[in-house]
Design a protein around this ligand. Sequence first.
Ligand code: CP
Ligand code: NVA
Length: 315
Amino acid sequence: MRHFLKETDLTAAETAQVFAVAAVLKAGRGKSDAAALARQSWGLMFFKKSTRTRVSFQVGVHELGGLPVMLNADDLQISRGETVADTARVLSRYLHGMVIRCHEHSLLEEFARCGSMPIVNALSDFLHPCQFMTDMFTLAERFAPGQPAKYAASLKGKKIAFLGDTACNMANSFVLGGAALGVEIALAGPAGYEPGAEIRAQLKKDGLPETFTFSTDPAAAVKGADMVYTDVWVSMGMEAEKAERLRTMQPYQVNAKLMALAKPSAYFMHCLPAHPGEEVSAEVLESKQSIIFDQAENRLHVQKAILAHLAAHRG
Ligand code: CP
Ligand code: NVA
């Protein structure tokens, strides 16, 4: 049984294949839709808020010929103490796979271990791999236009600067996925927000080198970057630290002055939702360099390719 809980659950060759399939699905949307999930039912379970992930997966399962079953975790017995193991075993009797957004990453691992269906990480406190895969696909569309077979290879050696909360799930995904794809990841954030022990241990487990750099100097990270990325300063679940985070992360706001230090051809990306005036200025968000809505759209195409890949490799 294959799962997609982290970037490295796909080999480099499979990632290249997923990108190529996503390009086909994108080009054929509404004209030659695939039926990779025909007669299947997939659960989409959310313990946290979501706009993009919720809608893109629901539409994606439908477009692949399957039935998306929307599950608000609050409405299930799991929120009244039913164990993860029992929930996973029961739902495996109805569903062909599940997409789950949750707090502790270990819940996804337990679901995958106890159930008998593919599990997809739709964001945990640790990683957001569907977003990372989409972000790389969106960049590759620009680096190798019209050549989907070269998308993955086109990313090698490119420099990505990630600013702000460099200990959050998105930053972790860039650290792990960047190492796997050979992308240079330069992180800049306040002291105390360095990538933590958990992501370093994951790199080690996957046999990947620590190729990322961390600096407290945003200018150093952005210098010569092909793409500048940021995420919210207050991730879901971190609300109690809001005041402190808004104060310490201020120097890491992506604004026009900082973007000017990147390559003139550099793109700006953000997983969204954005908070204009906090982690990014409204000017940069709305600038020509910003490709945030292509990024949001591509969630649909890339996730469809991931779901199709898992369905084809059920084992
Ligand atoms: N980027 C992202 O995952 O957005 P949502 O939280 O709206 O799903
Ligand atoms: N780091 C953010 C990502 C939102 C898509 C969060 O976890 O809230």
